[in-house]
Design a protein around this ligand. Structure first.
Ligand code: BES
Ligand code: MN
Ligand code: MN
Length: 461
């Protein structure tokens, strides 16, 4: 199998097709973009048909539709199910983008001298998902598809994949497969390929602290009444101790502890703390005592404020004690923490540390379970061989700090392992202004994915 000549011949079209897809603002979080999200699902349907799927349908759900496509060449052969998402994060803060988020442009960067496509969703996940559509085109156009393939592309990943959970429960047979293939993560670098073997779980909550029943003059009442913003900051500060351990009782009870050997294995992945700090323009790293940066952002749980607001934040000054203060808090979880249990522990603890002078409300948002996959499975080994074919190197297994909550559910509902072949870089600014995806990475993904099919079909015999 040599995928390179076909890609070389068609790469301009592959890039232009992705650019067209990126122009549609499929922001699932914002109802104002409903029509664009739906339009994107129709766009994907057409792309899958053009790439060689025999049957493609838009499956309606209580939320946004799921695009399902398949090409079954022989029911006796193994089946690969490709999962991805066509929805994107909101582009805010919009003024920090160097070019408009839904008007893709190609620019060179230090890490992407071949150029990168700048647009919301370029890497997460339209670009990475579309690599699979083009890999299918390669396989069908060249008569090299060695097994069956199913596609399931959803539109609610960035808001918790609620409809997909429902879809899985109701379509177990339709979705039956031997392995699930996903490109929605990253790799260490262009020179150091890696396969993601773990994802963190998540518990996301919103808290509201109420002080007096109305906003007050901060001179007339200041000093005599609890200021909910002050109190909220104090309560948040109490959630970590001096070693940056999370103080919620029971929080670590079920955390999987890695053996010395496993941690030593992890430490072999190339990493420079100096480069890391430089890339983020920070003078020093920060985190839980006793763990390295790569451990802190993958095998250890976290608690972070994602947003905090209240009082006067407009131009100039207004002297006021606000009646209410709010924060959105995420907790990244590791195997074997149960996100519902953690949400409960958070709620009880947060209420218990509130002084009598305020009222506290905790509203759970959504959550998900962590995932780890073994490296001795046929799926992992087939992926590893595919990278060897196209990178000339064995990829390093690496746990990621991000979350794709549906992956744990795939295992539960469909009883299959997910293989996470991500081609993005941490520096691609996903969820941030100026998100981009390297053209080299995009084409490398299209080049590598067909090799996975080849090895998987061969090794499954
Ligand atoms: N693709 C990301 C997750 C990701 C990125 C995992 C890079 C590993 C490496 C996904 O779209 C995402 O953003 N997930 C959310 C969770 C979701 C429930 C909103 C996340 O991790 O914050
Ligand atoms: Mn994603
Ligand atoms: Mn995302």
């Amino acid at each position: 199998m040599n995928t390179k000549p076909y890609i070389e011949k068609h790469k301009d079209r592959f890039i232009n097709e992705l650019i067209e897809l990126l122009k549609i603002p499929s922001i699932s979080a914002d109802p104002a973009y409903k029509n664009d999200v739906i339009k994107t699902s129709e766009h994907i349907k057409k792309s899958l048909e053009d790439a060689g799927c025999d049957q493609v349908e838009i499956c309606e759900t209580p939320g946004y539709p799921i695009v399902y496509g398949e090409k079954i060449i022989n029911p006796d052969l193994p089946t690969v199910l490709v999962y991805g998402h066509y929805d994107v994060q909101p582009p805010d803060p919009i003024n920090l983008w160097d070019s408009p988020p839904f008007e893709p442009v190609i620019k060179k960067t230090e890490l992407h001298p071949e150029g990168a496509i700048f647009a919301r969703g370029a890497c997460d996940d339209k670009g990475q998902m579309y690599m699979h559509v083009k890999a299918l085109e390669y396989l069908t156009a060249n008569n090299e598809l060695p097994c069956n393939v199913k596609f399931m592309i959803e539109g609610e990943e960035e808001v918790g994949s609620e409809s997909l959970g429902w879809f899985l429960e109701n379509n177990r047979e339709k979705l039956a497969n031997d392995v699930i293939l996903i490109s929605d993560t990253g790799m260490i670098s262009k020179e150091v390929p890696s396969i993601t073997t773990g994802l963190r779980g998540l518990s996301y909550v919103e808290v509201e602290v109420t002080g007096p029943n109305r906003d007050l003059h901060s001179g007339l009442y200041g000093g005599a009444v609890a200021n909910p913003i002050n109190i909220l900051c104090d309560m948040i500060a109490q959630l970590h101790d001096e070693n940056n351990h999370i103080t919620i009782p029971g929080f670590y009870d079920k955390v999987e502890e890695l053996s010395k050997e496993e941690r030593a294995e992890m430490a072999k992945a190339p990493f420079s703390q100096e480069d890391y700090n430089k890339a983020l323009d920070i003078a020093q790293e920060h985190g839980e005592k006793g763990y390295t940066t790569n451990e802190r952002n993958s095998i250890r749980p976290t608690l972070d404020v994602n947003g905090i607001w209240g009082g006067y934040t407009g131009e100039g000054a207004k002297t006021v004690i606000a009646s209410k203060a709010y924060a959105k808090i995420s907790m990244r979880l590791v195997p074997d923490q149960d996100w519902k249990e953690i949400t409960d522990l958070f709620q009880k603890h947060f209420e218990s540390i509130a002084p009598k002078s305020v009222k506290v409300k905790v509203s759970p948002h959504h959550g998900g379970t962590a995932y780890v996959t073994p490296i001795d499975s046929v799926g992992y080994q087939a992926a590893s061989k595919a990278y060897e074919d196209t990178f000339g190197k064995t990829p390093i297994p690496q746990r990621s700090g991000g979350s794709i909550p549906i992956v744990a559910l795939f295992e539960k509902e469909l009883n299959s392992k997910s293989i996470l072949m991500g081609f993005g870089l941490d520096s691609d600014a996903i969820h941030s202004p100026n998100e981009h995806f390297g053209i080299w990475n995009y084409l490398k993904g299209i080049e590598t994915i067909p090799h996975f099919y080849k090895h998987f079909a061969k090794m499954s015999k």
